[in-house]
Design a binder for this molecule. Structure first.
Ligand code: PMP
Length: 396
């Protein structure tokens, strides 16, 4: 007898990025010479002082349930972080800690979306947003952007995407997968449109805030337009800045009613995030921040290396990223020249098969004709991977 699954489960697909990364790992384990540029996580280790805090917590028996919304100490540390780094004033009562920023975003969508509501997603978008919206029963309205626009939406495009059903807009800057970042002025221009639509909630996914080499300091839409604070939810976490992807700590800050609804959902699903991971996250936020900047400098050096090399490969065109650990080249030229290769998925498969280099096809981010390359790996791996791709596709 075949098991009957829910429409919800049947309507969504597995995360494309996790799938490619898992395939690359499986091939490697099978003895294949694979270089993965598919990773969505820093290759660095979690700093020692953060690990030490978790070990102490474990030894001291901090191994029980905590408050659903996170420990008072961690929420106080997050509240301080918002003041110190973002000039935002959130009391702990407006902060919810969850099992990764992904969980924070999921809680938000489940708390504010009803079937039939529309979620505006600028594309290229992070691969999980549309499927999460689908789980909530909502429709996605995609605003396409290209390399010529540096993958950013403008007020005209935003205005055109808004309907009476629009309930949520998701902004992610610096962006996964493009590495592009909105300036404060660009965000203010988008905010001017949103001020005319009080029914729209804005989600600001700031998870890459610290991996940034933009000319201007990081700003989110609330910095650009504090008037939106009664309907903006800021989402962040420790995964990318502190190389803590496995610890699963993310957080959301926003209007009391939204945070409360998210907390109730969390109380009936996962409860609190792991107690010792919360202590580790607190140590990350309260500890020495120099390592975050040092690692960002390393990512920038790798970015420059990759950008220089990739633009010398035939059929590939790539603009400089402003942050993150990704570049997002247009590979339409390469696709057009190869017999039997009609799209980015086929090109990524050819690259994996013939060069052993794993990359994620752009279609996973709503942008066919592109590839996402992660440079969260050693310089040695990057040079070798680019040698192989150039050997396969040819030099310009
Ligand atoms: N938002 C974006 C844009 C991301 O790239 C990721 C991680 N890939 C997340 C959220 C989720 O982060 P976490 O690991 O904290 O769940």
């Amino acid at each position: 007898m075949s098991v009957r699954l829910s429409y919800r489960a049947l309507s969504i697909k597995p995360s494309a990025t996790l799938t490619v990364a898992a395939r690359a790992t499986a091939l490697k384990q099978a003895g294949k010479d694979i270089i993965s540029l598919a990773a969505g996580e820093p290759d660095f280790d979690t700093p020692d002082h953060i690990k030490a805090a978790a070990i102490t917590a474990m030894r001291e028996g901090f191994t029980k349930y905590t408050a659903v919304e996170g420990t008072p100490a961690l929420r106080a540390a997050i509240s301080d972080k918002f003041k110190r780094e973002n000039a935002l004033d959130y009391p702990p009562s407006q902060i919810l800690v969850s099992c990764g920023c992904k969980h924070s975003i999921y809680n938000l969508m489940m708390a504010v979306l009803n079937p039939g509501d529309e979620v505006i997603l600028p594309a290229p978008y992070w691969t999980s947003y549309p499927d999460m919206a689908k789980i909530a029963g909502a429709e996605t309205v995609i605003i396409k952007t290209g390399l010529d626009e540096r993958f950013k939406i403008n007020p005209q495009k935003l205005r055109a995407a808004i309907s009476s059903k629009t309930r949520l807009l998701i902004l992610n800057s610096p962006s996964n997968p493009t590495g592009e970042c909105y300036s404060r002025g660009e965000l203010r221009a988008l905010a001017e449109v949103l001020l005319n639509h009080p029914e729209i909630i804005i989600a600001s996914d700031d998870i890459y805030e610290h991996i940034l080499w933009h000319a201007e300091p990081f700003a989110n839409i609330l910095n650009a337009c504090p008037e939106l604070s009664d309907r903006t939810v800021v989402l962040n976490g420790v995964a990318k800045a502190y190389a803590m992807t496995g610890w699963r700590i993310g957080y959301a800050a926003g209007p009391k009613a939204v945070i409360q609804a998210m907390t109730i959902l969390q109380s009936q699903s996962t409860s609190n995030p792991t107690s010792i991971a919360q202590v580790a996250a607190q140590a990350a936020l309260e500890g020495e921040q120099a390592i975050v900047r040092e690692r960002c400098t390393i990512f920038k050096e790798r970015h420059d290396l990759v950008l220089g090399r990739i633009n010398k490969i035939r059929g590939i065109e790539c603009v400089a990223a402003q942050g993150t650990f990704y570049v997002f080249p247009n590979v339409q030229g390469a696709i057009g020249r190869m017999a039997g290769v009609n799209n980015d998925v086929a090109l990524a498969e050819q690259l994996l098969e013939h060069t052993g280099v794993a990359v994620v096809p752009g279609v996973a981010f709503g942008a066919p004709g592109y590839l996402r390359l992660s440079f969260a790996t050693s310089t040695e791996n990057l040079v070798q991977a680019l040698d192989r791709i150039e050997g396969f596709l040819g030099a310009k």
